[in-house]
Design a binder for this molecule. Sequence first.
Ligand code: PMP
Length: 415
Amino acid sequence: LGHRLPDTVRADFPILAQHPGAYLDNAATAHKPRAVLDAITGYYTTTNSNVGRGYHELGRRSTDVFEQAREAVRAALGARHADEVVFTAGTTDSVNAVADGLGRRLLGPGDAVLVSGMEHNSNLLPWRRLAEETDARLLVAPVDEHGRVDVAGFADLLGPRVRLVAVSHVSNVLGTVNPVAELIAAAHRHGALVVVDGAQAVPHRPVDVRALDADFYCFSAHKVYGPMGVGVLYGKRELLAELRPPRVGGGTVKGVSATEPVRYVPVPARLEAGTPNVAGAVGLAAALAYVDGLGWDAVRDHDQHLVRYAVRRLSERPGVRVIGAPERTPSGIVSFVVDGIHPYDVGGHLDERGIAVRCGVHCASTFLDSLGLVGTVRASFAVYTTPSDVDALVAALDSVRPGFWTTEHPTTRFL
Ligand code: PMP
């Protein structure tokens, strides 16, 4: 079933007809199906009005569709309550909201935040800045030879001073899946709260925040076929209630007088100051419904088939080395290097042949440094990616030659 998925879905994505090349940069952002584009246009065409102020019919309808979108996200994440879903601008925004809103309260001199050695800058820099500004320590958990966070090494770093843990569910560099449920359980045994960066997980696997027991879970709509500029911060109800709003302003207060203390409304509205991205939330709900309609079994089968095919075809080529073991837990990402040729030169060569990949350090330079790599070439897949897209990539590698960039790197540890 999954093998035929692209044949049935390609017509759903109008951009594919405009760009005949192979788009293998889906981990950066995925294309949008017509259902999402129509939902956004439909919202502005029929419903557009500000939310939370029920003075007139359109305003009430707009509030309804916004809250329906929240409910759709709740259901997709398996969250207990819709008010545990906060709409943000994306993963980066969600992580920053927790770091600023809770981290500053929890951390003091001598405390620690534990991250993993593979984090995207969006799940690293907010914690690094927080640690610097609170005189706390930033601890970094090791990554094992398969490109997953090492559970034992992670557990060794936990202790009474570790208040917060931030870890990605799926690596945006290697496409490997971290044992987040185990990591969360270990962190909880030591009383730490866990923030999961689910940016690369949500497009590829059903997520159940309750089964994981995640305290916070963040993702972006645009990587799961939804629009840019909108994302989600899931948080357990009692923890969201503790969050200092990242911004204050309209829509967050019960009343303001010149003399009395400000009385804020409950979450999630308290954490969504200003006019929210209602069309974005509606588009995200349409995207989640779209993926749900395809069925997770079909998406997973397709993912496995494609990742394994790509790993096999790439590994057959002399001088090409796949990094990590993406075929063990396929998540739509295969990262590789071509011996002696800088990833930028490979990427430029592929671009000239109509093949879009991402090359370089993927916003995770500390991870790439630890692997002893100047970067990788990352091919990332979506439901519309075909084996012939992979064939085009592999064929184009035939003619790649060293170019402008040097591949020299001070260390040489490969996974
Ligand atoms: N975390 C990971 C693992 C990612 O892949 C990305 C997107 N590249 C982000 C965080 C940041 O997401 P956004 O840019 O949508 O905020």
